[in-house]
Design a binder for this molecule. Structure first.
Ligand code: UD1
Ligand code: CA
Length: 457
């Protein structure tokens, strides 16, 4: 049996430099809170237990993660990283290994953590370290002449010589759980910051003859932390760049990999082409041969094979069938289902409507709470008046109907199969199938009428 792994995520810090009322770990990266990213990676490790130490912002952090399978531990005052870990002690299994992570280091990769844990045997300490060209601010890894790790010195406490060291502590480490209580109990706060430093445990371990080894992340970006909005934006770019590369590696054509934002999960079929400045939120599926024009926003939507989305279109909780055409400038709102070969054109808004195979709504229309049959043609400027000020009502349009331009369909109302509605009509009663229905005041021409002319002064 392998020794249990306890993960402790430190997330109590204030995040002063974010200048925000929101706790730092609740700021979003790629549409998800920083802490969510860490929890996601941790889940892949399958630890026996995960503990999150929270503090600044109070219950806001646990409230945001009600569904997460973690134990929450409050750190009332932020007296340092060692003090934070001490708060988790009652929840830590004295057997096995404790893996310490930071809630504000979101890009840590599962394989890096796995490699670190592979080296932890329950009786040694494994540190994740990196060499930085500009190590200022970080704790430095002090090694003996023989190259063994001897301790960590915080930047503020370091001598000139120690500040020249470029190998830094990422903060991520695996420790033998059975020593933790004793080591943490022995921590003092006699240092420049007056804090209980978790990093002081390294010197203690070495003095007791516990082996300390260092390993490195697969990529340095994994250990970048977020302390301010500049770093948050930098990590967002790193994340997006990586996501774009993964999409391209799986065969997606991105017109510019630097101009796509995925805030969730984007799943693509074969020969998908995505033009610049598109945003994908939540779960989005694009089928084979789908193309998405520039400046589109797709949220929790699915687009079936062969459909073309033209520029500046927005799809939100919508399903588009195969071989359709949407946009430019279409807005498809929640609950809309388009069957195969549907065309939706410019300045058309659809909401909670079902449009059957081969129908066209090409210009300047609002279709809400409607059921539209097959091969229907909805002319420019058609509006389903679905809301009477209190309730929403449905409009039902039969197969092969033709709705003339500038028609208002006042719901609840039905247009029969094969019916034609004359342009400019206001339809308040059901229109029978197969016939022409219109409501239009008679056109008159006024005899003897003259245009007014300007009076002479
Ligand atoms: C810490 C390390 C430093 C390392 C650096 C990497 C210590 C003493 N120093 O420094 O060696 O190079 O991270 O980024 O550990 N936190 C709490 N409670 C506290 C204090 C901090 O939960 O009382 C949490 C923070 O929310 C944060 C993490 O611990 O997620 C790190 O704290 P921070 O104050 O940023 O540590 P650094 O001074 O950057
Ligand atoms: Ca920090």
């Amino acid at each position: 049996m392998t020794a249990p792994i306890t993960v402790v995520i430190l997330a109590a810090g204030k995040g002063t430099r974010m200048y925000s009322d929101r706790p730092k770990v609740l700021h979003d990266l790629a549409g998800k809170p920083l802490l969510r990213h860490v929890l996601h990676s941790v889940a892949a490790l399958g630890p026996a237990r995960t503990i999150v130490v929270y503090g600044h912002g109070g219950a806001a952090v646990p409230d945001a993660f009600r569904d997460a399978p973690v134990a929450w531990v409050a750190q009332e005052r932020q007296l340092g990283t060692g003090h934070a870990l001490m708060q988790a002690m009652p929840q830590i299994d004295p057997e096995g290994t404790t893996l310490v992570l930071y809630g504000d280091v979101p890009l840590i990769a599962v394989r890096t953590l796995q490699a670190l844990l592979d080296r932890a045997r329950g009786d040694n300490v494994v540190l994740l370290t990196v060499e930085l060209a500009e190590p200022a601010g970080y704790g430095r890894i002090v090694r003996t002449a023989g190259g063994a790790v001897s301790r960590i010195v915080e930047h503020k406490d370091a001598s000139e010589a120690e500040r020249a060291i470029r190998e830094v502590n990422t903060g991520i480490m695996a420790l033998p759980s059975r020593h933790l209580g004793r080591w943490l109990g022995a921590l003092g706060n006699e240092n420049v910051q007056g804090e209980y430093y978790l990093t002081d445990l390294i010197g203690m371990a070495v003095e007791e003859g516990v082996e300390v080894v260092a390993c490195h992340p697969a990529h340095p970006r994994e250990v970048l932390g977020v302390n301010n909005k500049v770093q948050l934006a930098e990590l967002e770019r790193q994340y997006q760049q990586q996501y774009a590369h993964r999409l391209m590696e799986r065969g997606v054509t991105l017109m510019d990999p630097a101009r796509i934002d995925v805030r969730g999960e984007l799943i693509c079929g074969k020969d998908v082409v995505i033009d610049v400045n598109c945003v994908f939120e939540g779960a989005v599926h694009l089928g084979d041969h789908v193309s998405v024009g520039a400046h589109c926003v797709l949220r929790n939507s699915a687009v079936a094979e062969g459909t073309r989305i033209e520029p500046f279109s927005v799809l939100d909780q919508a399903q588009a069938g195969p071989r359709g055409r949407i946009g430019p400038f279409s807005r498809i709102r929640p609950g809309t289902v388009l069957e195969a070969e549907v065309h939706v054109g410019n300045f058309v808004e659809l909401k909670n409507s079902r449009v059957d195979r081969g129908s066209k709504i090409n210009h300047l229309s609002y279709v809400g709470d409607a059921t539209v049959g097959k091969h229907v043609n909805i002319g420019a400027g058609t509006i389903t008046c679905n809301y009477d000020g209190a309730n929403k009502h449905r409009t039902v349009i039969g197969d092969d109907a033709f709705i003339g331009s500038d028609t208002q369909l006042v719901a609840p109302v039905a247009v029969g199969e094969g019916a034609t509605i004359g342009a400019g009509s206001t339809i308040t009663q059901d229109a029978p199938p197969g016939r022409l229905t219109l409501s239009r005041s008679k056109q008159v021409t006024v005899e003897g009428w003259k245009r007014p002319s300007k009076k002479a002064k």
